[in-house]
Design a protein around this ligand. Structure first.
Ligand SMILES: O=P(O)(O)OC[C@H]1O[C@](O)(CO)[C@@H](O)[C@@H]1O
Length: 542
């Protein structure tokens, strides 16, 4: 840590040591203007930080820490196409995927021009499929698209399609990720090979799960339609052109992207083809436009009004200075039911790091555990712990003002619950309030004494709320880009590389060695693994 960063860190730490550092209720009780001052807007989104313990001095100290950590410098280096992913020697130019022509350059290449070429090819393909000039081998129109991919080649597109698809849209999309063939066996009977288009989505085109599923599904196409016909039902989304050719996918059916697109940031690239096929190319364009609006804001807004930076600063406050090791993401919108799953990869694969850019152990906590479910379902599962558990878990609420249905009463209940949860977390219920309520209900004193501790809510549990006017391609694009940029800011705050993912490698390598052991060809090298392999083989034999 540089001296200036250490000094800025100490200032925040000093504020965090104050006895009331984590208090939220007194801030809300004493300051009616707080919501207005801690509400920030960009790209049509409202970010409400008022239900945190941030105060103006704390926020100022966090922004000074951001400055000392080089957050905006890192942002600008990323936008300039510098190789900010230092361990892989790559740029991180996902912003180029949604940029206007000429917007981004890297290594002497006009990145946005490359992107435009792919987008045009995708649009032509999508139009052909929707209009029927591109059909199955037997002349049938395609009604279903299966995206075979995992991680970033699955989670982003699956989340977006789930959010934006409505009945009457051009195609049904299905996502096959898990190498567990139960997933394929559950999907297979719902599909007719004559009308099914299969996308193999893999940046590397070597991922074991994806390639295993791709061969399974290709076999199904061949069985149903014949060897020659299968190619008419296949397309690839990948950077690895030799491998897609070896798999038998014609070059005009390969939609590429560049190595500077990280897997978890790739839904805006050719990896988003299933979104465009299912929801329409206009929806995909709207998604990109929304993300671009957030990019423009991120690149231009001053730190004190910069939503991604403010969200990152809030996380630093919670993780590093108040010691909260997890965060829950609760979209109060069923259509966003895969949003937390997507964020888990975007955030935890990016920020789950224990060494700094120069390989030194970090001296503080980094990425928190991220988990979530849509509300109100979450209220009936894990929110108990968030209200009364021993450690506060900050919550991100995502609210949508206008639904796409006509059931105004249901939507009011949904929003009332979201707002109530945020209020309950922040304000809690004191023991005196709990006692008074029980007394009003006619409970006897002994019961009140016994139950009072259980019915007390500590409050002062932080949450942020993000309000979308409606769930549209543009608002969703802006929302996802907000979190992507938050992650980049946190990488800089913590001095770690948010764009690599070496932690996933070891397990992959070991699985390669265990495969022959499971087949009985070689012994497993680890004793615990060997014992489990022996037991599995005994059960399989019996
Ligand atoms: O698109 P690919 O190359 O198949 O990779 C899939 C996923 O695997 C990972 O490399 C991690 O295992 C992710 O980062 C990536 O999104």
């Amino acid at each position: 840590m540089t001296d200036s960063k250490a000094a800025a860190w100490d200032v925040v730490a000093g504020l965090a040591r104050r006895q009331d550092a984590a208090a939220i209720r007194p801030l809300l009780d004493s300051d009616p203007g707080r919501a207005a001052r801690f509400g920030f807007r960009a790209a049509g989104l409202l970010l409400d930080l008022s239900r945190t313990s941030l105060t103006e001095p704390v926020l100022a100290a966090l922004l000074a820490l951001a400055e000392a950590s080089g957050v905006t410098r890192f942002r600008d280096a990323m936008a300039a196409g510098e190789k900010v992913n230092t361990t892989e020697g790559r740029a991180a130019l996902h912003m180029a995927l949604r940029a206007p022509a000429g917007g981004f350059h890297t290594g002497g290449q006009d990145a946005s021009a490359v992107v435009r070429g792919t987008l045009d090819a995708m649009a032509g393909f999508v139009r052909g499929v929707h209009e029927g000039s591109i059909r199955g081998a037997g002349g049938d129109r395609f009604t279903d698209v299966v995206n075979i991919g995992i991680g970033g080649s699955d989670l982003g597109p699956a989340m977006v399609t789930r959010a934006l698809w409505r009945h009457g849209m051009p195609m049904r999309a299905h996502y096959l990720a898990n190498v567990d063939a139960h997933a394929w066996e559950a999907l297979r009977p719902t599909l007719d090979p004559r009308r099914t288009l299969v996308l193999v989505a893999s940046k590397t085109f070597t991922t074991q799960e994806t390639m295993t599923n791709a061969h399974l599904v290709r076999g199904w196409l061949v069985q149903g339609l014949g060897e020659a016909a299968a190619a008419r039902h296949l397309a690839a989304l990948s950077t690895n052109l030799p491998a897609t050719a070896a798999f038998g996918i014609a070059p005009e059916r390969v939609f590429g992207f560049e190595e500077w697109v990280g897997g978890r940031f790739s839904l805006w690239s050719a990896v988003g083809l299933s979104i465009a096929l299912a929801c329409g190319i206009e929806a995909f364009a709207g998604l990109l436009a929304g993300a671009r609006a957030m990019d423009d804001h991120f690149l231009a807004a001053p730190p004190e009004a910069n939503l991604p930076l403010l969200l990152a600063a809030t996380e630093v406050w919670h993780v590093n200075f108040l010691g909260y090791p997890a965060r829950a993401v609760l979209p109060y919108d069923e259509r966003l039911s895969r949003f937390a799953a997507h964020l888990q990869q975007v955030e935890m694969e990016s920020l789950g790091k224990r060494v700094t850019l120069d390989g030194q152990p970090v001296a503080h906590a980094t990425g928190p555990v991220v988990f979530g479910e849509p509300g109100t379902n979450a209220q009936h599962s894990f929110l108990q712990l968030i209200h009364q558990g021993s450690t506060p878990v900050p919550v991100d609420f995502v609210l949508v003002a206008r639904p796409d249905h006509a059931h105004a009463g249901s939507h009011r209940i949904l929003l009332a619950n979201a707002l109530a949860q945020a209020e309950a977390l922040a304000l809690g219920r004191t023991e005196a309030e709990a006692r008074a309520e029980m007394a009003r209900g006619g409970m006897d004193q002994a019961a009140i004494d016994r139950l009072a501790p259980h019915r007390t809510f500590p409050g002062n549990r932080p949450s942020t709320s993000i309000l979308l006017p409606a769930l549209t391609p543009a608002s969703l694009g802006a929302l996802v880009a907000l979190y992507e940029h938050k992650v980049a800011c946190l990488g800089a705050f913590w001095g770690i590389n948010p764009f690599d993912q070496w932690g996933v490698e070891l397990g992959k390598q070991l699985a390669g060695g265990i495969l022959p052991a499971l087949a009985g060809d070689t012994p497993a090298s680890d004793a615990a693994t060997a014992a489990m392999v022996a037991e599995i083989r005994r059960l399989q034999a019996g």
